[in-house]
Design a protein around this ligand. Structure first.
Ligand code: AMP
Length: 287
């Protein structure tokens, strides 16, 4: 049976009990509206841990004033059914007051790797993410916490917070779960109309084509990026926040293609912003 707790105190009591029994605990933070991508993180946690704690918290601090906090899909009853079926032991679903009590005044800011990509198109977003994830990790003190490659820059930000603040947890990155046509599963896909849903697959297709051409040397990053932008526009994307090749570790612009890099994209279909990214293997060093 899946227990639902709403307070940090009850979360800690339960996790303490498991820890005293010698059990390992995995944490899977989410904003709910759960899909198979989220559930893959649960399965990943299960592989190395005895207990899995999922969290659902639509974090107001990571939404900008003109973003979709109010309309973000919410449906706890459905989420609970899915988490239960996936074998989650405990759901922590606090309200905003529990996470941000009156006079809350602390912010976790990560510099450097947040100066590009979503850090530019969503000011304040990574402060919100770093702060809430730091809180969730310190509240639950899990052995591992699982996050998706789908939000790759976010994953790097969280790894940096954990390292810099010595939070004793292993961060695990999990591969992106996709629809049959390649579209990355996302709670925001629910916003897409029928025509937009078909157009949406062009995001992953463009990333895949550009990545393959760059990897194999058939194309150079600048030309591939330009071609991808054109394909996205032709496919119906109305605005492209970025389509960029960056170093997979530092997120600096990828100049040395003999290091692993990643192609990142964020683009809009009408009112819906989609993001995705794919790895680009290092080119072989010519001999
Ligand atoms: P969210 O509920 O969107 O905040 O996402 C919660 C976690 O699920 C984050 O670690 C995401 O990276 C991860 N996630 C979201 N979509 C996917 C996906 N399609 N495949 C794997 N993980 C995902």
């Amino acid at each position: 049976m899946l227990d639902i707790v709403r307070t940090v105190a009850t979360l800690r009591d339960q996790v303490d009990e498991w820890r005293r029994a010698g059990q390992r605990i995995a944490l899977v933070p989410t904003m709910g509206a759960l899909h198979a991508g989220h559930l893959s993180l649960v399965h990943q946690g299960r592989e190395t841990c005895d207990r899995v704690v999922a969290t659902i918290f639509v974090n107001p601090a990571q939404f900008g004033p003109s973003e979709d906090f109010a309309t973000y899909p919410r449906g706890e009853a459905d989420d609970v059914t899915k988490l239960e079926a996936a074998g989650v032991d405990l759901l922590f679903a606090p309200d905003v007051g529990e996470m941000y009590p009156e006079n809350f005044a602390t912010n976790v800011t990560v510099s450097g790797i947040t100066d590009c990509l979503c850090g530019l198109s969503r000011p304040g977003f990574f402060d919100g993410v770093a702060t809430v994830v730091s809180k969730l990790l310190l509240q639950a003190l899990p052995d591992v916490a699982v996050f998706g490659d789908k939000d790759y820059q976010q994953l790097l930000v969280i790894r940096r917070v954990v390292r810099d603040l010595n939070i004793p947890v292993d961060i695990i990155g999990a591969p992106t779960v996709r629809e049959q046509d390649g579209l990355a599963l996302s709670s925001r896909n629910a916003y897409l109309g029928t025509a937009e849903r078909q157009q949406a697959a062009a995001l992953f297709r463009s990333l895949g084509t550009a990545a393959e051409n760059i990897e194999t040397g058939r194309g150079e990053p600048e030309a591939e990026t330009a071609a991808a932008l054109q394909r996205l526009t032709e496919s119906g994307f109305t605005k492209i926040d970025y389509f960029e090749l960056r170093d997979a570790e530092t997120l600096a612009p990828a100049v040395n293609l003999q290091r692993p890099s990643r192609l990142f994209a964020a683009a809009w279909l009408g009112a819906t912003r989609l993001i995705d990214n794919v790895s680009v293997a290092a080119r072989a060093i010519p001999n």
